[in-house]
Design a protein around this ligand. Structure first.
Ligand code: ZN
Length: 64
């Protein structure tokens, strides 16, 4: 079952970016997932399966 990933979610990755940050902002979800590093702003595209494998958890601030 695919992970419930949505644009504007923040995710914590298992491996830190070279800049030291582990949290990324999800900007696009499809066959590929586009992520922006929340510290240095670098953007990466990963195949969805690979992205899901690398994500430790989804950080979603529910607005109620
Ligand atoms: Zn970074």
């Amino acid at each position: 079952m695919p992970m419930d990933l949505r644009p504007n979610d923040r995710v914590e990755m298992k491996k830190p970016h070279p800049c030291g940050e582990t949290r990324w902002l999800v900007t696009r979800v499809g066959m590929d997932v586009k992520l922006t590093c929340t510290r240095c702003g670098r953007e990466i595209m990963l195949p969805r399966a690979k992205a899901e494998h690398g994500i430790r958890k989804i950080i979603r601030e529910e607005t109620t």
